[in-house]
Design a binder for this molecule. Structure first.
Ligand SMILES: C[S@@+](CC[C@H](N)C(=O)[O-])C[C@H]1O[C@@H](n2cnc3c(N)ncnc32)[C@H](O)[C@@H]1O
Length: 208
């Protein structure tokens, strides 16, 4: 198991029932404030190549991508088909429980960037998932893991619920290091004043 570096308690959840039950009903809600979304959109504008091929992991009905930028292809993977169907940025939609099946259904090196917005706290097999992210990214492609402080408490892993923000970001860095295939990650703090914070772990795919 790739997760062996971490004690099992790290990934314990209050609600261990299948995620399909929790996410069965669509939630057309925003999970961060408007100012925080605007900050994430600006970071995407700076970091993502226009015309690129993107994968939005743990996607829902919004992707926070800059509206004026065209991308060649945006694939989205999440738990709820109705949410993904409502997401206007997606060219391809996949319903998949990453906690049951971490293998991604895309070929090697096919994406320029992989996004995961305000959701990494729900992964119980994150190293396996990020190994797959490294596989589907082209060399020098980027992974952007955006975090804030809201969560569904019964579905977030125990470590995320107990750790302060800086330790959560280190944990995401450890996932990437353990997955291998990434250059040293950096943390970008784009927290707007008076709104939900925004800390984004960014890492480049190392050359193969
Ligand atoms: C807080 S929402 C964030 C949605 C979106 N990324 C955003 O920025 O608004 C959490 C998302 O994680 C997805 N998710 C939760 N558990 C998952 C799992 N086991 N496998 C795949 N996606 C999952 C849900 O479908 C949901 O869309």
């Amino acid at each position: 198991m790739s997760e062996r570096k971490f004690p099992a308690e790290v990934f314990a959840r209050v609600d261990e029932s299948p995620d399909a039950l929790f996410y069965g009903e669509p939630r057309f809600a925003l999970h961060i404030d408007d100012a925080t979304i605007a900050a994430l959109t600006q970071l995407y504008r700076e970091e993502l190549p226009p015309g690129g091929r993107l994968l939005d992991l743990m996607s829902s009905w919004v992707s926070h991508l800059p509206g004026e930028v065209r991308y060649a292809h945006v694939a989205g993977l999440g738990m709820n088909a109705a949410e993904l169907d409502a997401n206007p940025r997606l060219d391809e939609r996949r319903v998949q429980d990453l906690n049951r099946e971490p293998a991604l259904p895309w070929p090697d090196a096919g994406f320029d960037a992989v996004l995961c917005a305000v959701s990494v706290q729900y992964l119980v097999r994150p190293v396996e998932v990020f190994k797959e992210v490294a596989r589907v990214l082209r060399d020098a492609g980027k992974v952007l893991v955006a975090t804030s402080h809201r969560l569904f408490p019964t579905k977030a892993i125990a470590a995320w619920r107990s750790l302060p923000a800086d330790a959560r970001l280190r944990l995401v860095g450890e996932y990437l290091a353990e997955a291998r295939g990434f250059r040293q990650a950096r943390v970008v703090d784009r927290s707007p004043a008076g709104a939900d914070p925004l800390w984004v772990v960014v890492a480049e795919r190392a050359p193969r």
